[in-house]
Design a protein around this ligand. Sequence first.
Ligand code: F6R
Length: 586
Amino acid sequence: MCGIIGYIGKNVKKNLIEGLERLEYRGYDSAGMVIQYNNNFIVRKTVGSVDNLKENVKDIEFDGVGIAHTRWATHGKISLENCHPHFSFKNEICLVHNGIIENFEKLKEKLVKKGIKFYGETDSEVVAKILGENLSLKKIKKLFSLLEGSFSIVSISKNKKELFFAKYKSPLYIAFKEKSMMVASDPSCFFGKFNKYLTIDDGEYGKISLNGIEVYNQDSQMVEKKVSKIKTKELADDKNKFKYYMLKEINESKSIIDNIIERYKQSQLIFRLKSLNIKNFNRIYLVGCGTAYHAGLVGQMYFKEMLEKDIFVCKASEFIFEKNILDNKSLCFFISQSGETADTITALKFAKNRGAKTIAIVNAEYSTITRIADDFFPICAGLEKAVASTKAYLAQCIIFYILAKSFKNEDFISNLITFKGKLSLGNNSLIKRLASYLSYKDKVFFIGRGIDYITSLEAALKLKEITYIYAFAECSGELKHGTLALIEKEIPVIVVATDKKTFAKVLNNAYEVKARGGKLILITSIAINKEIKDNFDFIIKIRRCDEKFLPIQSIIILQKLAYFTAVKMGLNPDMPRNLAKSVTVE
Ligand code: F6R
């Protein structure tokens, strides 16, 4: 993870800070910056968020060249010593790094034997020490043969107005205009500043100065790069009236459905949907991590109803270790909001190498996953900034609905329009009351059957990641096979029950909880009588809609429940501890 950025031009500090603010979703354990000034380095490092760094750089106002970093700790504790940029032995050069150097211990051992002193514990510092005191293209190229793992690196020296870079597996992009250049982990840094950018590919390295950008491949040949236009609409990220991005993003649900409808009406996407000839495949795999994995589970439900095929959902981090049958009869969907998740990228390459047809379901259309996969379907959710994924989940589920419908040659647009009309963002005061009650609890259970179990899984993930409450989801029918032992007096159990087919059975399971003193909370779209009502301590009614969309309707309410609980607990839901938005390490 981590976000890296380098800049040459006017107002170097301002541009680096604004870039870091946009990269902060990649980690906020520490932030650091180095600006070259008078053949020397001005160094500022802080533990914690970019806001802390901002305070620390108030006095700097120069034009020139600089690099900056926002860290998600992998190797070494969260401390100033481990905060980037890292320096060469004699402090002549410094660098920022995103990725993991897997052989850093061996390399460090050799350097220590040569008398090189280290200040911190990171793998990245090893790269700075390897580069030594004089930056050159030759030295940058050498990194590819020395380093194992993943890296994107930007480095500067004390006395030249140049940025050197190298990329292997971790993302890197360069934007340019006449008198300024920026290199960064994510094109969102370029928003409002640049119109054009280049995507650096694995194995490429080079040099940026105000005279131009030089990109080389592993044969030391200069590479002609394709120039892409920055899509301002996709990268806009203002919070509007919202205090936190997470609530803003949940509230965008309806407009995302509009975006999807608009985009999937277009001939280009209709053509791509049609070319995915499902008859050619025996097996379908849906692969992702975390929330994206849960979207895969919803996708599996849609596909199972429409197709007579074997459909598997896999966690990307497990995919390459499982004995999956992967050949040209396998159709694999890789689901990723960021399009940069390392586990998903590894799984994608693995499937591709075995001849499977690979399709990315992504939000970030310029991402690595989009580029590697044979084809991609955009989820059209717009930039998602809060670490906890909300609107992207909704959009991923809808794209699977569209795919399932198009496999059957059925219309999906009219159903989506009707659903959008019915979609409710819930009754905030009711959700807040429940959130207030949960904010005093340290454990919460979610139960449901079938599709409601999938919603429970996603709801529990949302609650635990932003409130740190121990949240656990279980199929309600499974409780009696073990988990019921954990039910004690006053423990909140949220019963997700939107499916008429399973409702009676879920109720029985809920009553088994009640008999053991648990507090029952019902989330349902089904009409209930007084007898049922009396058995529950709290009820939230979900607006009825086409049953296919109920998991989407119910997750919005549960996302909000997690959000309001975090806010009630005084936590920042956008930046949960220990996590980052883009998980670029395995
Ligand atoms: C949870 C969450 C994560 C991501 C996961 C995959 O709220 O956001 O579980 O879903 O890290 O990320 P992407 O979708 O970017 O591959």
